[in-house]
Design a binder for this molecule. Structure first.
Ligand code: NAD
Length: 257
């Protein structure tokens, strides 16, 4: 018996085999969940389908989180397939490359709004769509992925730090709205990991290097540690935990120097 045995999980944010969402999807499947994946556009579909096949997951449809019709159709397909939903993983973020380097001050109104929409508002939109399906199961558990740059000024993280601060606030407010329906909402604050998205951050290697040198565990975070913590937080073992930002960063966030 796995810790999420028999649970039905939607994982949004797999782009390739380096994606943190992929670590989570693999662990959920290993721990007994049925997993559905989405993909953002045709190019990524070609990467997501073979990965889904590896863990016997369903590719439930295309999902660009800025597209309300796609959100509606993915959740309609889930309702048709499962009748309900127990777990939702939101692992989606976007900032223009030019806003992940140099001066935060230069971000345009348009880029600011787009980053906030994709990286923070999308959690609200997906949670709203998930609510009736989770209610049908007597409750549910939602997680999103965030980073320390939400609460500390990290050079170059810039626009994404502001979006992550909003995302963490969304987690707290959503947890109030959904708590009465036994739906929990939490954020995992992961340490730096090499992925498609993180490669856009200037001097990303400095972030990983600092963690390896200075964290209490004196090593980098292993991506699979995000998968195992996600399964733990999504599972009923964490039934008393909601509205939290939980650090999976080999302890780096506690350091003052
Ligand atoms: P990734 O590039 O593998 O995943 C990012 C995902 O966001 C992709 O699947 C992409 O398709 C999706 N996405 C972007 N815009 C979208 C849109 N409009 N609609 C639907 N999907 C969209 O990179 P990752 O590092 O695995 O990122 C996953 C999450 O983890 C992000 O929220 C990221 O900020 C967070 N995170 C990453 C790190 C890290 O160091 N990699 C650390 C902490 C938190």
């Amino acid at each position: 018996m796995g810790i999420v045995q028999g649970k039905r999980a939607l994982v949004v944010g797999v782009a390739n085999d380096k994606s943190l969402a992929w670590q989570i999807a693999q662990t959920l499947a290993k721990e007994g969940a049925e997993v559905a994946l989405t993909y953002q556009g045709e190019v990524l579909e070609k990467r997501v389908r073979p990965l889904a096949a590896q863990i016997d997951a369903t590719v439930i449809g295309e999902l660009d989180v800025t597209n309300d019709a796609q959100i509606e159709s993915v959740f309609a397909a889930l309702k048709e397939k499962w009748g309900g939903l127990d777990l939702l993983v939101h692992a989606v973020a976007f900032a223009e490359r030019e806003n992940l380097r140099d001066r935060f001050l230069t971000v345009s109104r348009e880029n600011f709004a787009r980053s906030m929409e994709i990286s923070a508002y999308s959690l609200v939109a997906l949670a709203r769509a998930a609510e009736p399906l989770m209610e049908a199961c007597g409750g549910g558990s939602i997680i999103t992925l965030t980073y320390l740059g939400a609460v500390r000024a990290i050079p170059n993280y810039n626009m994404m730090g502001v979006a992550k601060a909003a995302l963490e606030a969304c987690v707290r407010y959503l947890s109030i709205d959904l708590g009465a329906k036994n739906i929990r909402v939490n954020a995992l604050s992961a340490g730096p990991a090499r992925t498609l998205s993180s490669s856009a951050i200037r001097d990303f290697h400095t972030m990983t290097h600092q963690v390896e040198e200075r964290s209490p565990l004196r090593r980098g975070m292993k991506p699979e540690e995000v998968g195992t913590m996600a399964a733990a937080v999504l599972s009923d073992f964490s039934s008393g935990v909601t509205g939290q930002t939980i650090y999976v960063d080999v302890g780096f966030n506690i350091m003052g120097f």
